[in-house]
Design a protein around this ligand. Structure first.
Ligand code: AMP
Length: 433
């Protein structure tokens, strides 16, 4: 039996599964595994999870299942979050996941006039996303009929408390129907959030992903800043000249990179090597894992889909060809080495944007990953234009996330460039994995 967790297990409809597939999500994250079945079953849920765990999709997917298709004019789900930035991020998730449905969503937040937002609401909405203050403004002007709201999400509750939004939240609770499902998400659980949850949730179920603080002590971790894919490949090839690397797992973020790395290593005769990912049939995956376990392979290239659950001991080295976006996957990946008291080494390659995620991973595992300089023998390749744009785009996103006032020239420039050329924008392509 294949124990790999799968989105199919959640009984999501075809439209949602297709959208998940387009996004390249290969398996549910831990918070999704825990929260989605509880939310789908209709419970009030207290979700404790940080950004980077996939928590947004953990509440967006069940809501999309529940509201299903466009109906009437008034919102049936309300998602409240503390900042415009966060609302826009959640909206992005809703947009991507609802793309094959006819569901209508509207995001309302401060900083701009409410006129357009009001018009959008009045045109008909199924899911409303709002910062607390702006929601109350528009409500008090008489433009939101709250009677159909059956689900309420408060996201980043701890931040909302810190920003002093409690009075507005109390007001929101007063003006929406009492009979509803409540979901409260928070990165941390300080006393005030516990209090809020007691006030607001009915017999809640808790879905928690506690940061896995301690990674196995027998694993040596090391980090290299490697500017681009070409240099990563060169560096990987360089490392593989060392015969001490005898049983290696190489992890990549995407199936395409996994296939490319596999092909390169095979061509260079650095194997025996095989690749496993979600597109490979189950038999092929099992065969590859067995061959690897029995020592017939030197290298197994894999995406995160296989990182969990397989117990392969005696892996001498884990190489993170790129940094996982779901941070807990870092722990799962490097956990393949250092098993059963064996010493293991985990080597991570990170470009400039990925270094930011490394910062967050260090917080999660509560240790600094020691960094070393790229050996002089590894020639640094220039960064390809498309890759540079992707890195810049990601850095821009990170800056926006950290600083709500950051203007982020990237979008403007990109759009202008595209308009000049009269080309259609390639929507969200770079976000796909
Ligand atoms: P969040 O914690 O909701 O901010 O999500 C962090 C990032 O993970 C976002 O870029 C999501 O698009 C992405 N993501 C969410 N769920 C998954 C998944 N199951 N597999 C891979 N990426 C995901």
């Amino acid at each position: 039996m294949d124990a790999t967790p799968s989105f199919e297990n959640f009984k999501l409809n075809k439209q949602l599964l297709n959208a998940i597939d387009d996004l390249g999500y290969q398996k549910p994250s831990l918070i999704q595994e825990k929260a989605i079945p509880l939310i789908t079953a209709g419970h009030d849920v207290m979700g404790v999870a940080q950004t980077g765990t996939g928590k947004t999709a953990a509440f967006v997917l069940p809501i999309l299942m529940k509201v299903k298709y466009a109906q009437g004019n008034d919102p049936r789900a309300l998602i409240v979050a503390p900042t415009r930035e966060l609302i826009l991020q959640i909206e992005q998730n809703v947009k991507e996941l609802a793309k094959y449905t006819d569901l209508r969503h509207v995001a309302v937040y401060g900083g701009i006039g409410p006129k357009t937002q009001i018009e959008q609401i009045e045109a008909g909405v199924d899911i409303l996303l709002a910062t607390p203050g702006r929601f109350m403004d528009i409500y008090l002007k008489g433009h939101i009929n709250t009677k159909q709201i059956k689900t309420l999400v408060l996201d980043e509750a701890d931040k909302m408390m810190d920003m002093g939004f409690m009075p507005q939240i109390r007001k929101i609770l007063e003006v929406i129907p009492v009979k509803r499902q409540n979901l409260l998400f928070s990165a941390t659980m300080p006393e005030k959030v516990v209090k809020l949850s007691e006030e607001f949730l009915e017999f809640p179920e808790v879905a928690e992903v506690t940061p896995q603080a301690s990674t196995v002590s027998t694993i040596d971790q090391v980090l290299y800043q490697v500017p681009n894919v070409k240099t990563k490949i060169r560096f990987l090839e360089h490392l593989l000249q060392n015969e001490e690397l005898s049983r290696i797992m190489v992890f990549t973020k995407t199936k395409t990179t996994a296939d490319n790395v596999f092909k390169y290593l095979e061509r260079k005769g650095l194997g025996p090597v095989r690749v496993i990912h979600g597109n490979k049939g189950q038999n092929s995956r099992i065969n590859a894992i067995n061959q690897f376990r029995e020592g017939e392979l030197r290298i197994l290239v894999s995406t995160d889909v296989t990182a969990r659950g397989i117990d392969i001991s005696m892996v001498t080295h884990v190489i993170n060809f790129d940094v996982p976006i779901i941070y807990e996957d870092y722990v799962h990946r490097i956990g393949r080495t250092g098993r059963a008291e064996n010493d293991g080494i985990a080597i991570t390659f990170a470009n400039k944007a990925e270094m930011h995620h490394i910062g967050n991973i260090s917080k999660l595992i509560q240790q600094q990953i020691p960094e070393e300089k790229l050996p002089a023998e590894v020639e640094v390749a220039p960064t390809d234009r498309n890759e540079q744009r992707e890195i810049d785009f990601e850095l821009d996103q990170i800056k926006r996330k950290n600083d709500p006032n950051f203007k982020g020239a990237f979008h403007e420039k990109k759009r202008k460039f595209r308009d000049d050329k009269k080309r259609k924008p390639v929507k969200n392509k770079r976000r796909r994995r």
